[in-house]
Ligand binder design. Structure first.
Ligand SMILES: [Zn+2]
Length: 256
């Protein structure tokens, strides 16, 4: 019997340990393994909508004749993560490679345009993030260890569905980063750029006013001394160039 308890703070009460209550045996399998033997976090889909963890366990026991559920984790559409098979047991969810994987199964059938819910993806990201940081999983230390079932060596299955390439990124990057709000870092960068732009706008306005004043002075001088051709004021040339540069960089209508 193997018993590895997990505490995943990022999932809070969305992490539910079902090892004691599911049909079948969550703590024993044909063989146990050191956690260092695990090389991949294998992502699956059930291929069936709306199954409960108990129904999935029961089908593995009755239809497949196994001692318990084949997956280590199940994740439902509300983002609840169920711990179903102890990670120290090699269970049954891939062909000829079970001793090297942790099987993480998302409940649903992700074919023909169907994809996991945002809650489901967010929780999968948090679970994988925790497992990658879990020190005893010494060979699962980067996100490229997260593989769709079909991507593992010598598997002939479309699992976890034909849309997998489109939602894999949300597991790797995290849903909030990809879809919802900018990260605190990128938000502060935008704020900083907007402040800079407001400052530049103010400077240009001041320069335009100064230019208009100088124009008036020139007109006055020309009126009083029409016969004298005066060389252009160097200051005005610089101010004019700055304004042209500003107009070039920020055409009308493109201001933030
Ligand atoms: Zn699979």
């Amino acid at each position: 019997m193997a018993k590895t308890d997990l505490n995943i703070p990022s999932l809070g009460d969305k992490f539910i340990d079902l090892r004691d209550s599911l049909p079948g045996d969550a703590y024993t399998w044909s063989w146990e393994r050191p956690l260092s033997q695990i090389n991949y976090l294998a992502i699956h889909h059930t291929g069936v909508e709306n199954q409960t963890p108990s129904q999935i366990a029961n089908s593995h026991i009755t239809a497949n004749g196994w001692g318990g559920i084949g997956y280590h984790f199940l994740i439902d559409k509300q983002g609840f993560v169920y711990y179903t098979g102890d990670i120290s047991t090699a269970r049954a969810n891939v062909a000829n490679l079970n001793e090297q994987v942790l099987g993480i199964c998302l409940i649903g059938n992700f074919v023909s345009g169907e994809v996991p819910s945002q809650e489901q993806l967010d929780s999968t990201h948090k679970l994988c993030e925790f497992l990658i940081s879990y020190s005893e999983l010494s060979n699962v230390k980067s996100w490229d260890k997260v593989r769709g079932h079909t991507e593992l060596p010598n598997q002939s299955t479309p699992c976890p569905g034909d849309n997998w390439p489109s939602w894999r990124i949300q597991i790797v990057e995290g849903v909030s980063l990809v879809f919802n709000t900018p990260s605190p870092n990128s938000k502060s960068q935008v704020d900083s750029l907007q402040t800079s732009l407001a400052y530049v706008n103010q400077q240009v306005f001041t320069l335009q006013e100064a230019l208009q004043e100088k124009d008036k002075e020139i007109m006055e001088l020309k009126k009083s001394q029409p016969e004298i051709a005066r060389p252009k004021d160097a200051t005005l040339t610089i101010v004019g160039a700055l304004i042209n540069l500003y107009k070039f960089l920020i055409p009308p209508g493109k201001e933030m």
